[in-house]
Design a protein around this ligand. Sequence first.
Ligand code: HEM
Length: 128
Amino acid sequence: MSYLIIKYVHVIAAVATISGFLLRGYWMLTDSQQLQSRIAKVAPHVVDTVFLAAGVLMVWQLHLKPLQEPWLLAKFSGLAAYILLGTIAIKRGPTKKARTIAFVAAIAVFAYIVGVALARSPLSWLSI
Ligand code: HEM
């Protein structure tokens, strides 16, 4: 598959994952029952699988070695933090205050990763 198409799929999936997360965060803040809907539980996994698969495919096509690319390591670590904070924000946080802090932190981490992607540097927005 063409590199450019995979890159578009990756970027569209990035927009989809943060949009879905913002919506679920809004439902968490407003104690909405929508958060328990089947689509809210299943869709993020589908989107995130496509997202990660496209990223891995590009790494493979570009013959990149993740351990030798600081920006890729920053992306992997950032993604792990985003997922962890995301589950605390939407599900595991014991209080609403904890969930809200995790929600804001997850958005900040996501913004950091977008900067890493655009700058191809762990310094993110600081090096653009
Ligand atoms: C929340 C996590 C992530 C976000 C927000 C994100 C976002 C982006 C964006 C916006 C681009 C396009 C950059 C440009 O226009 O040049 C991009 C490119 C890319 N991403 Fe991700 N990404 C994430 C995770 C990952 C992961 C986990 C991998 C590796 C498995 C990955 C691998 C790549 C690669 C190889 C490129 C292509 C860079 C290039 O062609 O210059 N991304 N990413």
